[in-house]
Ligand binder design. Sequence first.
Ligand code: BES
Ligand code: ZN
Ligand code: ZN
Length: 477
Amino acid sequence: MNVKLANQPLELIHADLTLEFLTASQLETHSHKSLLTQAGFKAEAEQLCPLHEHRLLICGISDVSHENLRSAMATAIKTAMNYGYASIKLSQYGENLFKSLIEGAILGSYQFNSYKSQPKAISLKEVIFSTQNIDKIALNADTLTSILEESIIISNATNFVRNLVNQTPYDMTPQGMAITADSLSKTNNLDCTILDVNGLESEKMNAMLSVGRASINPPRLIHLSYKPKNPKKVITLVGKGLTYDSGGLSLKAAASMVTMKMDKAGGCAVMGVIKAVSELKLDIEVHAFVGAVENMIGGNAYKPDDVLVAKNGKTIEVRNTDAEGRLVLADVLGYAQEKIKADYIFDYATLTGACMVALGPYTTGVMGHNEELKQEWLNAAEKSGEYCGILPFNRHLKKLIKSDLADVCNVSSKPYGGAITAALFLDNFIDEDMKQKWVHFDIAGSAYTESAWDVHTYGGTGAGVRMTLNWLIENCK
Ligand code: BES
Ligand code: ZN
Ligand code: ZN
């Protein structure tokens, strides 16, 4: 969707349709009140009423807020895409709400049609915002322009991630992830290093290699970096990039295996973030590491009972091959910390079903040792339109991943608190000097959806992208 700003009053802008958001009290004094009321319109949240003869689309909102406008814009645009109009125009609702409207329009109009032989043609191509607000007061055009530019970059990066996540495991293999990273590095002027199996062997990344061993699609480690001249901070991002998670020999049940192409969403998210950071030209050095691996079965598969030696030398007792993400991350976190001395290290992973049990299917789990840092992330998420919740560590939970055989076990001895014990497993691979600088994000629920919600439609959501850009912009000045 093409989103534009016109430095004109709304009435002078040429467009096929006008979109208006109305609260119940605004409905009372609206010029089309009787027509709208006859049509059963009550201005309930996201209730839509088209008045085609007036070229108007009215959308209800409970009150004017970021969350309501973002969602309402997405709902309105999805509906408008079913009509035959080519363009839609609307007024401003204040400078600080503009971002939400733009994101609602771009994220809400996203469609993934790569696997449709005959995708439905959509007439709607353009959303035009006036620089005037609903009371016909002109807002600052320069401020609005810079909000528009920033929001377009962030929304497009989110859609870039969605496109990657939505590709089938046949199309998006670890090699495919590496090719994607390589072409991103060329278009966005990033450095790109890819390690193949030989490279992983020389780096002693045996945990990651073991997970990928039974696949005909060999693993790849991707390192993308963006290095501005005088960076304010150095940030490392690590993503779980399981292009397919069958569970391995601890095979998933048939129903749970469906959607496991999304297990690469953390890896895709860090690529989306570095894409946006480079386009926004932020003064922050960013390194994105992705462990791209396929977890399969076969005669040479790694097994429950194996003991793996991770890159940092720690030994891991494998009791469940479906807890593979933490094994891949153990090595990638080790590699990332060895190569880059960063101010912060953040990892993103569709790590546990338990995170969804704890927080529901829309919320990212936030874990780490630094309370203040986690709170910063909660604020960034809230502002960006993502949902985050802190899952607290404690010393008793840590005991649940003790192993009698090796240094640590890859699964917990108790069936509760699985998102936290997974994070506590990762903690074994965070260097002492990075403990307070690390945050782990479990995006198992938030990264993928099979039913539309908020600005999301079926498929990848791009979880992690908006909140991370918000955190970077706010905290690396
Ligand atoms: N990729 C899954 C976690 C997952 C589940 C993500 C559902 C999204 C939706 C992960 O590799 C996994 O299988 N975790 C196991 C861990 C268990 C074996 C300790 C899980 O959550 O069941
Ligand atoms: Zn798994
Ligand atoms: Zn997994």
